[in-house]
Design a protein around this ligand. Structure first.
Ligand SMILES: [Zn+2]
Length: 302
């Protein structure tokens, strides 16, 4: 059984939030250069709680997570009004179906472009080549789809949850949710807290877009920032915005230095070694060092 961590925030008036974090879990795959075994990163779900109703942001991955999610939401005894999905990576919504079955009235929403990505993730092409090899039959058989969110706001008993488009961060078309009445940002995969950011689906331009997205999160002046992937023991301090940027800067500097993938791995472990999931780091450095070297070889031919 994964360890689950749930924290309650300070209550602000009639609004509060809780975060459920599930531990990272072993997955099939090559170990990192230092022998660290392949794993999936710890992942979070956030419940914004009003007096009678609640909104869930993101929904974890496996059947085991799904059961925990149902119990966790049940415990608050609130009517689940809306589920919002921040971006189209399956690990943030594959675990939702049992919760939706339990709350048949709930609206599952995402921005239209994210709805498209969610459909793609469950298409046989992507599901069978990416997700099934990683999680086997651990993912619930039925996977929910979302309806397009109209506008950029979710109302919870008069409190606004404001959706911001953040462009390409750890994938294209990511978003975050700002809850001004809680001085809270639920950041999806824009902020990584104590976990190595997933860079495989990025490039130079999109890593700049990622930095801009971090600026946009910071511009909300949040007192708390919940990362989609966070260490179960970490706080939700906004310093994790700057720490994510520091990682991206150090990653690009290591890439620019011409270091080999192994050397990049070593230097980033030396500076960011407290982060969880070194296989996520390894995947990124190997993909991008190889791409860099290939481009250099092509340029040398010209
Ligand atoms: Zn993710």
């Amino acid at each position: 059984m994964n360890r689950m961590t749930s924290e309650t925030s300070d209550v602000s008036g009639t609004l509060s939030y809780e975060v459920l974090v599930v531990d990272g879990q072993p997955i099939p795959g090559r170990p990192a250069p230092d022998g660290s075994p392949a794993m999936w990163s710890p992942t979070s779900a956030t419940l914004i709680c009003g007096e009678r109703r609640a909104v869930l942001i993101d929904g974890l991955t496996t059947k085991e997570h799904a059961d925990a999610l149902v119990d966790w939401v049940d415990r608050r005894g609130l009517e689940l009004q809306t589920i919002y999905v921040t971006h189209g990576h399956g690990d943030h919504f594959f675990g939702l179906n049992p919760l939706v079955a339990r709350h048949p009235e709930v609206q599952v929403v995402a921005l239209p472009e994210v709805v498209d990505h969610m459909r793609q993730q469950t298409s046989p092409e992507i599901y069978e080549s990416l997700w099934r090899p990683l999680f086997g039959d651990q993912i619930p058989e039925e996977i929910v789809t979302a309806s397009p969110l109209e506008g950029d706001r979710i109302d919870l008993e008069g409190h606004s949850l404001i959706v911001h488009r953040a462009g390409h961060t750890d994938r294209s078309d990511t978003t975050f949710v700002h809850v001004p009445d809680l001085a809270l940002v639920v950041a999806g995969d824009i902020v990584y807290n104590g976990v190595f950011p997933f860079t495989v689906e990025t490039d130079r331009a999109s890593r700049d877009e990622w930095r801009k997205a971090l600026d946009d999160v910071a511009a909300c002046k949040p007192a708390r920032v919940v990362a989609g992937h966070k260490s179960p023991t970490a706080d939700d301090d906004p310093r994790h915005i700057a720490e994510t940027r520091k990682f991206l800067d150090d990653f690009d500097a290591a890439l620019d230095s011409g270091a080999s993938a192994e050397e990049m791995f070593e230097s980033l472990v030396a500076t960011h070694g407290d982060r969880i999931n070194r296989t996520a780091l390894a995947a990124g450095v190997f993909v991008h060092a190889k791409k860099r070297d290939k481009q250099a070889a092509l340029a040398a031919q010209d």
